[in-house]
Write a new protein. Structure first.
Length: 145
């Protein structure tokens, strides 16, 4: 059995070729969307679908959705310059978790014996009224517990 790329397999059948073309078009729309929106909005908006001249965009919350709607005419103009004519843009709120899963929180490692010793000697060398000395004392108490 020979190895085929995913692109080759998708283009092999008629329905798969249409699906691959649709996915490619959505990626192109996403690139235009990201190029048009301000940097602060980009991670919060995704092209969800395109059907019958209507492009569907998912936003992470209602404030982002409202801002994207303000860019509607500009988006329609820029997206229509591609091979497809955009007649309507629908923006809907979609929860962030379904767009990008958050990585699990990793607790930082506590300082080892050598690091604790170094912090203790630094704390001892500081003047008694030093803010850094009191912060180091608090840190050392927390680490010992």
């Amino acid at each position: 059995m020979t190895a085929h790329s995913l692109q080759e397999l998708l283009k092999s059948g008629d329905s798969m070729a249409r699906l691959a073309a649709h996915a490619q078009r959505l990626l192109q729309f996403q690139q235009v969307l990201e190029a048009t929106l301000p940097e602060t909005l980009r991670p919060h908006a995704r092209v969800a679908n395109f059907r019958l001249g209507t492009i569907f965009i998912h936003a992470t919350n209602s404030a982002v959705a409202a801002k994207i709607r303000q860019f509607g005419p500009t988006l329609a103009r820029k997206l229509s310059t591609q091979s497809m004519q955009i007649t309507e843009i629908q923006v809907k709120v979609q929860a962030l978790n379904s767009l990008r899963p958050q990585p699990p929180h990793v607790r930082p490692a506590l300082p080892g014996a050598q690091q604790k010793q170094g912090l203790a000697s630094l704390e001892e060398s500081l003047p008694p009224d030093s803010a850094l000395k009191s912060a180091l004392q608090q840190l050392l108490r927390t680490v010992k517990e």
